[in-house]
Design a protein around this ligand. Structure first.
Ligand code: GLU
Length: 495
């Protein structure tokens, strides 16, 4: 048997370090067994998937050296590797399940389902579909379909008993069938859900081992059942521990930058980031902290993954990166890396027009543009002195701006501007009053060039990290305060 693994990201946002982490372990596992590693793009959520996100994911994985043998751009025998291009395959397979009586069409409206959910919550019952459409007659189903009535396809699930899922790290996991919902397999728009597409693709793409995040454990019974319904052998499952913030909560961009592009722009070396990800839950037999990907493959043993939640810690990563720079790069290499990073013409040209308007001599350029090459800026509370707003108010408006910008999915100057403008209106402030602390947070001074341009260039993660840092400099926001501010933020009326 040839080992075939895959990483299957959904292109719905920034390229996440969690995706790189899962890709790394899948790749290491495949290489250790002389097998293949596949990239599949799971873009069935049409409303949230974007080509930009797909491109960023592919660029980031490549930057890290996590290359795939088959994928949307690499081709391969089992393509297409983008789920949106495989609609017919899923239609066919949904039909097989319907024909075999393993799935049924469900015409329940969202009002009915909302009511059901509410009732279940009130009665403290298990949440899930109640089987309302399970026993509709064939004739009724056919006539309602012919009449064009909106419906989904759901899978049947045993009413009782337990499902046992075998996990490479956890052994047998038992989940009662009554905890498992009659999962929607095909949505009303005709698109498959993750569950159907994922199982069909893993089978058709010859995937032998599925290493994925532990958040998918609860889906495993549904998947196991689908494999049985189709009469296919199930790949071996391995649920990896989730990456965590230092406070042990699930790694989230609200607390920690999670985008690979942030780490690239911050100036981490890809080999150091990869090394650090390799230490998330895994260690070398001799416990050494520094190792290359090749060394990881040579010593790889999935059984050495420990299940305690690995903490993604910026300080440790910084230490490791520094040691890679010092011990593994010659000065010549280091100069090349700086050039590849941001000390190059392509990058400088993006803001050179603004600098040109402001310099007298070339020696003015570096001090003026230093924030375009920095991480966290060395700010103090005094830097945020404001004509009208108290420091706590400044902190509050920065927090609101941050929350607003966290929701922004298309990071352009115009959209950033629209967000800040909407915020100004909602808060009843003048544009200048709100802009001042944003300038200080992002550029370190109120006297820089257009901060919206700067934010567009340094990108969403670095911009948000600077705002987050500014809030910290202003004393940070406690849990209790966050709750209060969240309420206030939700109550804001955005035009
Ligand atoms: N598309 C899923 C994700 O974004 C893939 C999960 C899996 O590997 O099965 O994580």
């Amino acid at each position: 048997m040839t080992v075939r693994t895959r990483v299957a990201p959904s292109p719905t946002g920034d390229p996440h370090v969690g995706t790189a982490y899962i890709a790394l372990f899948n790749l290491a596992f495949a290489r250790q067994h002389g097998g293949q590693f596949i990239l599949r793009i799971e873009d069935t959520d049409q409303a949230r998937s974007t080509p930009e996100s797909e491109k960023q994911i592919m660029d980031s994985l490549r930057w890290l050296g996590l290359d795939w043998d088959e994928g949307p751009d690499a081709g391969g025998e089992h393509g297409p590797y983008r789920q949106s291009e495989r609609r017919e395959i899923y239609d066919e397979h949904a039909q097989i399940l319907l024909d075999k009586g393993h799935a049924f069409r469900c015409f329940c409206t969202s009002e009915r389902l909302d009511g059901l959910r509410q009732r279940q919550a009130e009665n403290k019952e298990a949440q899930g579909y109640d089987g309302h459409c399970l026993h509709l007659s064939q004739d009724e189903v056919e006539s309602r379909v012919a009449a064009g009535e909106a419906h989904v396809v759901r899978m049947k699930v045993p009413a009782e008993g337990t499902c046992t899922v075998d996990d490479m790290l956890r052994g047998n996991i038992e989940i009662d069938w009554n905890q498992v919902d009659m999962q929607v397999l095909v949505k009303a728009d005709g698109m498959p859900t993750y569950h159907l597409a994922n199982v069909v693709d893993d089978h058709l793409m010859g995937i032998t081992h599925v290493l994925r995040g532990e958040e998918w454990i609860n889906s495993a019974p549904k998947h196991k059942l689908l494999y049985e319904y189709f009469g296919w052998e199930m790949p071996q499952l391995c649920h990896m521990p989730l990456l965590r913030n230092p406070d042990k909560s699930k790694l989230s961009k609200r607390k920690n930058p999670t985008s690979i592009t942030y780490y690239r722009d911050m100036g981490f070396l890809p080999e150091a980031l990869l090394n650090y990800l390799g230490r998330m839950g895994w260690s070398m037999p001799d416990e050494r902290e520094k190792f290359t990907f090749a060394e990881m493959v040579e010593n790889f043993d999935i059984k050495r993954v420990s299940l305690g939640g690995p903490i993604f810690d910026q300080e440790k990563l910084g230490w490791l990166n520094g040691s890679w720079i010092r011990e593994n790069l010659s000065e010549e290499d280091f100069a090349d890396r700086l050039h590849q990073w941001l000390l190059n013409k392509d990058y400088i040209m993006q803001f050179l027009p603004f600098a040109k308007e402001r310099v007298e001599k070339m020696s003015d350029f570096v001090p003026m543009a230093s924030f375009m090459f920095s991480g966290k800026l060395p700010l103090t509370e005094a830097d945020f002195a404001h004509k009208k707003l108290e420091p706590t108010e400044v902190k509050k408006v920065l927090q609101f701006v941050l929350w607003r910008l966290e929701q922004q999915r298309v990071w352009t100057k115009d959209n950033i501007f629209a967000d800040i403008k909407a915020m100004t209106k909602a808060l009843g402030l003048k544009m200048g009053d709100l802009m001042q602390p944003i300038f200080v947070s992002v550029a370190g001074t109120p006297n820089s060039w257009s901060v919206m341009d700067s934010m567009a260039i340094i990108g969403p993660d670095m911009s948000r990290a600077r705002l987050r840092h500014a809030i910290e400099v202003l004393g940070g926001v406690s849990k209790k305060e966050t709750k209060r501010l969240e309420k206030e933020f939700k109550a804001l009326e955005f035009a």
